[in-house]
Design a protein around this ligand. Structure first.
Ligand code: SER
Length: 878
């Protein structure tokens, strides 16, 4: 049975039992507890937890789900059954059907639809779930085909927390010829004889962070069947790689490396890794994951680099993964259209990563080989693994794999220590805030005073009471003119720096004193602090004051903040959905937006983004916000930052109908208030992270004005109109080039004449061929060679030259050069220079025909020339 047929038959079978067919969800789970979608049940967690209900008349759900698992990445390729990417055929019940029905259907599907002979089937049962044994027996399974196993094999969880439960698994016996042949070989053995192809989980618990298992309100079913394994079994082949879905990729690998599969285990390993990883990377990028040094991006990078290394190991030259991507798309694109839609993105990302790693792979491999060759014991130090990671782009796991091939372990804790030293260094270089040094003063104040009320979304100014004053980390009662201090109020209109948006500035004042707020921060969640200078009089704790933000400043910041949201939206429009916010700064005079993307934007893309942002500004759409629960915001598809901790209640910011993001910042009320956005720069700030800087409104106007006035000034200098600057500059540059060339020609002619003058008085040594010994001053060191050209021209009999020179920058230089005839007669410029260079405290070298040295001892140049004379005379036997 072809795999496409199995997929369809499975889904139909469960549809007929009353399940609703759902599409596969993305490999990026909507679930912060998981890095990747590892099972079909991931998208159904809210149903197991009774947060969502399946509509009638359905009794369950069924899917073909794309999954990536990398917990056994090291094993992939060494067995026939492990894959990093696979398709899971699943069916799920949320309190409707349970064990009895599920076991019966699993048995029915396996024997009647897949046609597996009952004698080949084995069933594992969790040791504390003996009731399931009876269910299998009642279906006719003989006792010796039921195997009891512990929690490690038969208690299933997707991650540390969430829905989980005991499970029962179906195995297929491929026969004794396939496995390890050991007498105790049985289901659960590491070999390929008994293939576990279907896992039925009886999802009864919700695992808590502390490890306890809270019973779920209902008893559920979560099953998963590995499509590739079942395809291999029904097709009568022994491994996933021989099944119809993967065999094409193996064949492609065979063609590329020019070696057949199934002959040499090392070649097979590489071919399997290529076939497996090619699918994983195609689907991961297709779902918007980009290579990076952390999280799921790092998983992708490891897979990509491991594939590249195995390709090179088998002698493939140059980039090749794109060919695999084509083959994966061809094979699976009709079922998963997202890989077809994102084809060009996938190929560009793969190529960029191949180029990046390919450039250092060879050197890294050499570095690693030599480290392994010179090893005293069987452990490679963590520092070397770190250099490989940092300089050559070797993920730790690749280093470990290469070392492992030679029976060597790598010191992981040493590697991690080196990594954390580097991280610490980077953190120290970044952190410039003094808040940390204040120790516990703010957490103490938060406990004492409670959270500050923030009124700044609606009010620009408010009366409030001073609750605390802090000077240099010390709590005080009173501050006076000239002091820098931190003021804490019971309610404040000042936005404290957060989410990339800078803090407000403004004024705090009453009849006794005035305080200029230069920054507002939130040193402890909930506690808002105004920092600045007492500009007049004094303030004391308990004072009633008027707190007013600088409205102009706030407006500028708000314009930039709303513009940042529109920019984010526009980047996704132009570059694709893989664009994710990686950081941002929203200041008054500019905005900075960092995002994931794998190559420099083209000038056309930048122009397009700028254009559509300005279109949205001119659309004059209202900007509104509402508060909701995090779950509802997620369900509505609001853009949130992955890995960011949001509270249960969130603020959703809507710009027109196109952009919706979770955001606690301040914004304009209508996009038109932004006025105009101008992109100032686009560049790289790290691996696959780009940065755009832009200005809006008055700052955009000043930016454009500054450019215009520079252009006008330039035009003034050139005596042309601004529109003629480019043409005129091009012409002037061409003229300049011609002049420079002429000047150089004239200089050379002069030099020739000068050399000729000096030559007239130079000493010529005759040692069978003439050697000119010459001293020259005030010459550029890079001109020494051209003197030999001049001398050579003027020599009647071909010979050699030894030149001692004081250069224009006051250094000593030596040059020796010889004609072919001189070399034939025994002249060796390189040997000579090496002998005499120490005399000028220098060093150098070259070839027998030409050698040069530089040094510092200018006063000893004559000595060096004397020495040359002696050596040459002695060499000639004179
Ligand atoms: N969630 C279980 C597994 O992944 C069954 O689908 O094995």
């Amino acid at each position: 049975m072809k795999s496409s047929e199995i997929r369809e038959k499975y889904l139909r079978f469960f549809e007929e039992k009353g399940c609703r067919r759902f599409p596969s969800s993305s490999l990026i789970p909507d679930d912060p507890s998981l890095l990747l979608t590892v099972a079909g049940m991931v998208q159904f967690k809210p149903y197991f937890l009774q947060q969502k209900q399946l509509e009638a008349p359905y009794i369950g759900a069924t899917t073909a789900q794309k999954c990536v698992r990398t917990n056994d990445i090291d094993i992939i390729g060494t067995t026939g059954r492990h894959l990093s990417f696979f398709e899971m055929l699943g069916n799920f019940s949320f309190g409707a059907y349970f064990k009895d029905e599920m076991c019966a259907w699993a048995y029915e599907f396996s024997t009647e639809v897949l046609g597996f002979e009952p004698e080949r089937l084995y069933f594992s049962v969790y040791e504390k779930d003996l009731e399931t044994i009876d269910i299998w027996k009642a279906l006719g399974v003989p006792e010796d085909h039921i195997v009891i196993m512990g929690a490690e094999d038969n208690f299933w969880r997707a991650g540390p927390t969430g829905p989980c439960g005991p499970c029962s698994e179906l195995y297929y016996d491929q026969g004794p010829s396939v496995g390890c042949g050991k007498p105790d070989c049985a289901p659960g053995c590491d070999c390929d004889r008994y293939i576990e192809f279907w896992n039925c989980v009886f999802t009864q618990y919700d695992g808590q962070e502390d490890g306890t298992l809270v019973p779920l309100p209902k008893k559920n079913i979560d099953t998963g069947m590995g499509l590739e394994r079942v395809a291999a079994l029904t097709q009568g082949v022994y491994t996933n790689y021989d099944s119809d879905i993967l065999r094409g990729l193996i064949t492609l690998g065979e063609e590329l490396i020019g070696n057949a599969y199934g002959i040499d285990t090392k070649v097979d390993l590489s071919l399997r890794i290529l076939a497996d990883h090619a699918r994983a990377v195609t689907f991961m990028i297709g779902d918007g994951i980009l290579p990076s040094n952390e999280g799921r991006g790092y998983v992708l990078r490891r897979l990509l680099r491991r594939a590249v290394r195995h390709g090179h190991l088998q002698g493939i030259e140059g980039p090749f993964l794109g060919t695999f991507v084509d083959a994966v798309i061809q094979e699976m694109g009709s079922v998963y259209p997202e890989i077809v839609e994102n084809e060009s993105l996938i190929k560009r990302v793969v190529l960029a990563e191949e180029d990046r790693f390919g450039a250092t792979l060879r050197q890294g491999q050499m570095y690693l080989d030599s480290a392994l060759d010179t090893l005293q014991d069987n452990v490679l130090d963590g520092e070397t693994a770190f250099v490989l990671h940092d300089t050559y782009g070797f993920p730790f796991e690749i280093t470990a794999e290469v070392a492992h091939e030679r029976g060597i372990e790598v010191d992981r804790s040493g590697f991690e220590a080196a990594m954390s030293v580097q991280r610490e260094r980077a953190r120290a270089a970044r952190s410039d805030d003094a808040w940390g040094s204040y120790g516990g003063v703010f957490s103490h104040l938060l406990k004492q005073l409670g959270e500050t009320i923030f009124v700044g979304y609606l009010e620009k100014s408010t009366s409030a009471r001073i609750q605390a004053l802090v000077v240099d980390g010390e709590v005080v009662d009173r501050v006076e003119e000239g002091m820098t201090a931190d003021v804490i109020l019971d309610r404040t209109p000042f936005y404290g720096e957060m989410g990339g948006q800078v803090g407000d500035t403004g004024k705090i004042a009453n009849d006794c004193g005035a305080f200029e707020v230069r920054d507002a921060v939130i040193p402890e969640k909930g506690l808002r602090v105004q920092r600045g200078l007492v500009t007049a009089g004094y303030l004391t704790v308990g004072d009633e004051i008027l707190a007013s933000i600088d409205v102009m400043f706030r407006n500028r910041v708000s314009r930039n903040h709303t513009a940042t949201h529109i920019l984010h939206w526009a980047l996704r429009e132009v570059l694709g959905d893989h664009v994710k916010q990686a950081g941002s700064l929203v200041a008054a005079d500019r905005l900075r937006f960092d995002f994931t993307h794998f190559e420099a934007m083209t000038p056309e893309q930048i122009a397009r983004v700028e254009l559509i942002v300005n279109e949205k500004i001119m659309d004059a759409s209202p900007v509104t916000f509402y508060e909701t629960s995090l779950d509802e915001a997620r369900a509505a598809g609001v853009t949130a930052l992955f890995g960011e901790k949001y509270g249960a209640h969130v603020r959703v910011l809507e710009c027109g109908s196109y952009s919706r993001e979770l955001c606690g910042g301040t914004h304009v009320a209508n996009t038109a208030e932004i006025g105009f956005l101008k992109i100032v720069s686009e560049g790289s700030v790290g691996n696959n992270i780009r940065r755009i800087e832009a200005v809006t409104s008055y700052d955009a106007l000043s930016y454009v004005n500054a450019l215009q006035s520079e252009l006008k000034d330039t035009a003034g200098l050139l005596h042309v109109s601004p529109s003629e600057v480019v043409e005129r500059t091009a012409r002037d540059l061409e003229e300049l080039r011609v002049f420079k060339e002429e000047a150089r020609r004239l200089q050379q002619a002069t030099a020739r004449r000068e050399v000729a003058d000096v030559l007239a008085g130079a000493e010529t040594l005759d040692i069978g061929y003439p050697v000119i010994l010459l001293t020259i001053s005030d010459i550029e060191s890079n001109e020494l060679r051209s003197i030999w050209d001049i001398v050579k021209e003027r020599m009647e009999v071909p010979g050699a030259l030894v030149l001692a020179a004081r250069t224009v920058d006051g250094k000593a230089a030596l040059l020796a050069a010889g004609s072919k005839e001189a070399i034939d007669a025994g002249f060796d410029a390189s040997a000579l220079i090496k002998q005499i260079a120490p005399l000028i405290d220098g060093s150098g070298g070259g070839k027998p025909a030409m050698a040069q040295a530089g040094g510092t001892a200018v006063s000893r140049l004559p000595e060096a020339l004397d020495a040359a004379r002696e050596k040459l005379t002695a060499q000639a036997g004179l």
